[in-house]
Design a protein around this ligand. Structure first.
Ligand SMILES: *[C@@H]1O[C@H](CO)[C@@H](O)[C@H](O)[C@H]1NC(C)=O
Ligand SMILES: *[C@@H]1O[C@H](CO)[C@@H](O)[C@H](O)[C@H]1NC(C)=O
Ligand SMILES: *[C@@H]1O[C@H](CO)[C@@H](O)[C@H](O)[C@H]1NC(C)=O
Ligand SMILES: *[C@@H]1O[C@H](CO)[C@@H](O)[C@H](O)[C@H]1NC(C)=O
Ligand SMILES: *[C@@H]1O[C@H](CO)[C@@H](O)[C@H](O)[C@H]1NC(C)=O
Ligand SMILES: *[C@@H]1O[C@H](CO)[C@@H](O)[C@H](O)[C@H]1NC(C)=O
Length: 766
């Protein structure tokens, strides 16, 4: 444990270090870091850009010397701007200067982990087909913005990897237990760290007992995410004695560029990352030559910020304009509508799905009836033991109380009860039963609730109310009820009916409801990957974790494979390929459910196009592409004025007098939040399959609507690669409804290019 004084010393040392010659800046006490965003770079010389940033700041603060002291970062590679310590009034004055697009106060984002689920099991996401065709992503560089990396992990071994790709221009920084060339290799080709914005914003500061002031990962999150995206093959990995096997990332031959922007301040608790640091990392990553960016980071809160007030939205805009594909987490809000984060249309926003029910534990009653529950204990089978029923609706305290009344009651027995309480109480109840000498616990609880392992070394088994009721009837039917429990089997790669994870943030998009978010789902529950050796929850350098943080690098890895196969595809084309080929039904063909307050079939607000299908995405047939003009159209539609857009895109822009409709943006989805009069929407598809092909439209009509497509057949040949079409949608009933869902698919006999349709009709009240 570090005392407060040692924390303070560490901070002082750090500040000295950051200020070069040990100077502590004379900064007004009421100042904080602000991002001053100036749009696209006006010229290519980074030195001149930085000078111009200092000049601009000096005009507000009075002198060049003071400007230098206040300057935190100069953004000068991917776009132009700076971060500086400013008072409110300085920020206000700056925002009024010509050329300044926005001044954004710095703030902290969170990594998107949820630690409530640590089941066992190996996710065997093995797109063997495209792994082979893409040389496993060789030559592609994935930039990861996260909590850094544990470079010694076997997952980052460079065995069999060729030279560092020639387009790489980044660096491997040397600092606190991180030194090139030892800690960079042909897998980890670059590593940097950005902390100044965090130090200014965070109430608790990290110290050397909990953090490394270098790219080294103290928390484990960044290591986990990096190894999921691009970990090398590691054979014979076992986790707590179960699930022996080979582990690898999505693109085992892709290279990693590490940008540490998230910092740990407590032993447990998600690291935080500041907007100013994230923006600096994006600026550098664009310059360094990354091909894909993976950000398991979200602001974790509503209301959403407009695109030009959000560092991830701004930085990713410029990255995408340079052809870099940006993949971000949808967030881990509770499964309520409209909580999805990272909603700008140029990024790929990833929801999380399960691959379970994958830890079946058999419960055999004395009458020889067997039921399956879910658990994760590793112990031996428990032969027939007495089964006792504690009652209904017990909290943890209730379980303690019931047990304390009669201590001999539980010894050697398996306890059974019903509850509507959550994970914490089940864990505590499990501890109580164990303490009282019980040998196991069966809990009947709402199946849509989060239930993690209550205890890894104690048989604590979850069943739903239906099975619970049958167990109860058995107990009531006999004088001496008995039960036998077998430890869970590790799931072995057979596709099971998947679900959208309960924690995965849902649409609709609260800032631009006509842009469908999330875009896609990927496995994000019980993902085994490498971690930091400082991670208290790690075991042997690996750990099981869940979150949209874990699903995001799955998609980033798959994107790296697609990029290796199709180096000329734009970020929008790659996103389209992912969305139009995703499994709306699971890999097994079974429908996908969404966890949450009720068990319902998943819809596009849960998972966008569906669960990612890597092999399908490699050969999508048609893509809905978007270039710079499409994004300008979006900014016009969002109401940004010509001078702002001209700055952002560095192209003289005049939005049409009649605002373009966001609905016409060429996205691989159609979401109409307010259908009233019949509406006609434009789309354009580009053929990326065989040149001579004919596609025909099939529509799954959302309830209460009439949908037609014109034309309903598309004929491509070697000269006709792009074709436009329109979709006309009208409401049957003149009433306000919720959203109804359907799809539009183009099929040529080989490909099915499917986009989700989501329609809500809104008529003014009488
Ligand atoms: C696999 O790992 C186990 C335990 O870590 C070890 O005993 C065993 O020898 C290893 N097997 C191989 C083939 O390396
Ligand atoms: C349960 O099965 C075992 C073995 O198959 C058998 O010996 C026993 O009689 C059965 N018990 C009941 C209650 O059917
Ligand atoms: C405690 O529970 C056991 C087993 O259910 C029972 O036989 C015993 O009578 C109970 N003792 C008291 C004091 O209730
Ligand atoms: C579980 O027990 C711990 C320690 O006894 C207590 O702090 C915590 O509040 C309990 N949690 C619940 C949900 O009852
Ligand atoms: C454009 O919009 C920004 C912010 O909304 C505003 O500050 C600026 O004055 C506007 N420019 C023009 C030319 O209207
Ligand atoms: C492709 O189709 C267009 C339109 O039908 C036609 O004008 C053109 O000649 C065709 N090109 C080839 C190479 O067949």
């Amino acid at each position: 444990m570090s005392s407060p004084s040692s924390v303070l010393l560490a901070i002082l040392r750090l500040l000295c270090f950051l200020n070069g010659q040990g100077m502590i800046a004379k900064v007004a006490a009421n100042s904080r870091v602000h991002i001053v965003y100036l749009g696209e770079r006006q010229h290519d010389n980074p030195k001149l850009l930085t000078d111009s940033h200092h000049d601009l700041l000096a005009t507000i603060v009075g002198s060049k010397e003071l400007a230098s002291e206040l300057m935190v970062y100069s953004y000068r590679h991917g776009f132009s701007g700076f971060a500086a310590k400013l008072t409110e009034s300085q920020a206000q004055k700056l925002s009024e200067l010509p050329g300044v697009v926005r001044v954004i106060p710095n703030s902290l984002h969170k990594l998107q982990t949820t630690r409530s689920w640590d089941f066992l099991g190996l996710s065997s996401q093995s797109p063997s087909n495209i792994l082979h065709k893409s040389s496993m992503g060789d030559g592609v560089i994935i930039g990861v913005l996260d909590s850094g990396i544990w470079p010694e992990s076997e997952s980052f071994n460079e065995e069999g990897l060729g030279q560092v790709p020639s387009h790489w221009k980044g660096v491997c920084e040397s600092e606190d237990r991180f030194s090139p060339p030892i800690h960079c290799n042909r897998k980890i080709i670059g590593a940097r760290w950005f902390i100044k914005g965090f130090l200014d914003e965070s109430e608790i500061l990290p110290d050397r007992s909990t953090e490394f002031f270098s790219p080294r990962d103290a928390h484990g999150h960044g290591t986990h995410v990096s190894s999921t995206a691009a970990g090398s093959f590691v054979t014979n990995v076992s986790y707590k004695g179960l699930g022996h096997g080979t582990i690898k990332g999505g693109a085992p031959n892709a290279r990693l560029a590490i940008y540490k922007v998230c910092w740990k301040v407590q032993e447990l608790g998600d690291p935080s990352c500041s907007q100013a640091d994230i923006l600096k990392a994006l600026d550098e990553a664009i310059h360094d030559g990354v091909d894909v960016l993976s950000l398991s980071i979200a602001f974790s809160s509503i209301p959403l910020r407009p695109e030009v007030d959000d560092a991830i939205a701004i930085g990713s805009f410029h990255a995408v304009a340079m052809g870099i594909i940006v993949v971000c987490a949808a967030g881990n809000a509770v499964p309520l509508a409209e909580m999805v984060q990272n909603t700008v249309p140029w990024i790929i926003t990833v929801a999380a799905s399960t691959m379970d029910r994958s830890f079946p534990t058999s419960i055999t009653l004395g009458n020889n009836k067997t039921f399956l529950g879910q658990a994760m204990f590793t112990g031996p089978e428990i032969g027939f033991a007495s089964l006792i029923y504690l009652g209904l609706e017990l909290s943890a305290a209730g379980v303690y109380q019931s047990l304390s009344h009669n201590t001999t009651m539980v010894a050697g027995k398996v306890v059974f009860y019903f509850t509507t309480f959550g994970l914490g109480t089940v864990r505590n109840a499990s501890a109580a039963v164990k303490e009282a000498g019980g040998v196991g616990l069966i809990v009947a609880k709402n199946p849509s609730d989060d239930l993690g392992p209550c205890n890894e070394d104690f048989p604590c088994i979850e069943v739903d109310y239906e099975i619970g009721t049958r167990i109860l009837f058995y107990i009531q039917s006999t004088r001496s009820p008995l039960v036998k429990l077998r430890p869970p089997k590790t799931f072995i790669g057979k596709p099971l009916s998947a679900k959208v994870a309960y924690f995965s943030s849902r649409g609709p998009n609260s800032i631009t409801p006509a842009i469908l978010k999330p875009d896609i789902a990927a496995p994000g529950v019980n993902i085994l990957a490498a971690t930091s050796l400082r991670d208290p929850l790690g075991e042997g350098g690996y750990r099981m974790d869940s979150g949209t943080s874990m699903s995001t690098p799955h998609v980033a890895g798959i994107v790296a494979l697609l990029k290796a196969m199709h180096p000329n595809w734009s970020p929008a084309a790659i996103k389209s390929a992912l969305v139009t080929t995703a499994w709306g039904n699971g890999p097994s063909g079974l429908p996908i459910f969404a966890e949450g307050s009720s068990q319902k079939l998943a819809n596009p607000f849960d998972f966008g196009g569906g669960i990612v299908n890597p092999n399908g995405a490699a050969d999508p047939g048609l893509v809905y592409d978007i270039g710079k003009a499409g994004y300008i159209q979006y900014l016009c539609a969002m109401g940004y004025n010509n001078s702002d857009i001209t700055r952002v895109v560095k192209q003289n822009t005049k939005c049409p007098i009649k605002k373009p409709s966001i609905l016409d943006m060429n996205l691989p989805s159609i979401t109409i939040p307010n259908l009233n009069n019949p509406m006609t929407i434009k789309r354009c598809v580009t053929n990326v399959g065989a040149p001579e092909s004919i596609y025909r439209a099939t529509i799954e009509t959302p309830f209460g609507t009439i949908v037609s497509v014109n034309p309903n057949a598309l004929v491509f040949n070697s000269t006709v690669r792009k074709l436009d079409f329109t979709i006309t949608i009208s409401a049957i009933h003149r009433m306000n409804t919720g959203y109804f869902f359907g799809s539009l698919s183009w099929a040529d006999g080989v490909h099915v290019v499917r986009i989700p349709l989501s329609v809500r009709t809104v008529f003014a009240p009488l």
